[in-house]
Design a protein around this ligand. Structure first.
Ligand code: IPD
Ligand code: CA
Ligand code: CA
Length: 263
C-alpha cells in the first residue's frame, strides 16, 4: 500500500471511531427529530452533530477535497476529482428508537471510484476498513465473504428507502419471490452494515433499490475487497447509481435469477 493511502486510511479510521462514539453518546439523549423528504425519512440532532464534526475535520486536513454528505449535500472545492462521501449515521431509524445497530461511513472516492472505505459500528466496536486493491479488514483482521453456494442455506438482507414509493411493488414482489427459497430474509436497517456483513460472511447477500452514494461508497469497497461480487440491478453498479446486489460469486446468478424472473 502506498504511504499516502496509509496516512489517509489512518485519518479516516480515527475519524470514524470518534464520530461513532459521539453518536453512541447521543443515542439515549436524542434531542429533536424531524422529517426530511417525508414522514418516515427522519434526521436527528445527532446526525447533524456527527456530520458537522466529520466535515470540519476533513476540511481542515484536506482543504482541497470535496465532501458529499447526507444531511448537507456537497461542499465543492477544487475539481481535483477527490470526494469524501459521508453518512454520519447509517441506520437513523434504528438509532432514533435506541436500537444499537447503526454505523458511521466514510469513503474517499477518486473520479467516481472508491479508493478508501471505513465503517465503524460503535456498539459492536467493529471497525471495517479497505483500501482498493489491498483487501478488507475488521478490527485489523482480514475478512472474506461466505462460501455458501445454495440458496436454501443463504441468509439474505434487504432494505427499502423510507419514503420512496418508486420501488414499493418491486420490494414486495422480491420478498415474496425469495420467501421459502432461502434460509431467511432480514431487514436490519443499515445498508452500510449489510454490505459489511456480506464482507465478513455473517450474511450471504444483500440487495436494495433506491440507495444514495453515502449508503454504498465505503460499504461496497469493503465488500469488494473481501471478495464480494458487487453489481447493480438492471444497471451497472456505480456509487452514483441507485441499486446494489452484494453477494458471493456462487450465489450471484441464483439471486439475480429470482430478482429478474421471480424463480
Ligand atoms: C438508510 C438505511 C436503511 C436503508 C435505507 C437508507 P439512513 O440510511 O441504510 O437500511 O434501507 O435505504 O436510506 O437514512 O439511516 O442513513
Ligand atoms: Ca444517514
Ligand atoms: Ca444511509
Amino acid at each position: 500500500m502506498e504511504n499516502s493511502d496509509l496516512l489517509v486510511l489512518n485519518f479516516a479510521k480515527g475519524l470514524a471511531r470518534e464520530a461513532g462514539l459521539l453518536a453512541k453518546r447521543k443515542i439515549g439523549n436524542l434531542g429533536w427529530t424531524h422529517t426530511k423528504s417525508g414522514f418516515y425519512d427522519i434526521v436527528t440532532d445527532a446526525d447533524l452533530a456527527v456530520e458537522k464534526m466529520v466535515k470540519s475535520e476533513i476540511s481542515s486536513v484536506f482543504p482541497e477535497d470535496s465532501i458529499l454528505s447526507e444531511e448537507t449535500g456537497e461542499t465543492k472545492t477544487l475539481s481535483n476529482g477527490r470526494v469524501w462521501i459521508v453518512d454520519p449515521i447509517d441506520g437513523t431509524t434504528n438509532f432514533s428508537k435506541g436500537i444499537p445497530h447503526f454505523c458511521v461511513s466514510i469513503a474517499l472516492v477518486i473520479n467516481g471510484d472508491p479508493q478508501i472505505g471505513v465503517v465503524y459500528d460503535p456498539y459492536m466496536d467493529e471497525l471495517y476498513e479497505a483500501v482498493k486493491g489491498n483487501g478488507a479488514f475488521m478490527n485489523g483482521e482480514p475478512i472474506s465473504v461466505s462460501k455458501t453456494s445454495e440458496l436454501k442455506e443463504a441468509v439474505l438482507n434487504t432494505g427499502y428507502q423510507y419514503s420512496a414509493t418508486e420501488y414499493r411493488d418491486i420490494v414486495l414482489k422480491n420478498y415474496v419471490a425469495f420467501f421459502g427459497k432461502v434460509m431467511a430474509i432480514r431487514v436490519f436497517g443499515s445498508a452500510v452494515l449489510d454490505q459489511c456483513y456480506v464482507a465478513n460472511g455473517r450474511i450471504d447477500g444483500f440487495w436494495e433499490y433506491s440507495l444514495k452514494p453515502w449508503d454504498v461508497a465505503a460499504g461496497s469497497l469493503v465488500a469488494k475487497e473481501a471478495g464480494a461480487t458487487v453489481t447493480g440491478i438492471g444497471e451497472n453498479f456505480s456509487v452514483y447509481g441507485k441499486t446494489i446486489l452484494v453477494t458471493n460469486s456462487k450465489l450471484v446468478d441464483k439471486i439475480l435469477d429470482i430478482i429478474n424472473n421471480g424463480r
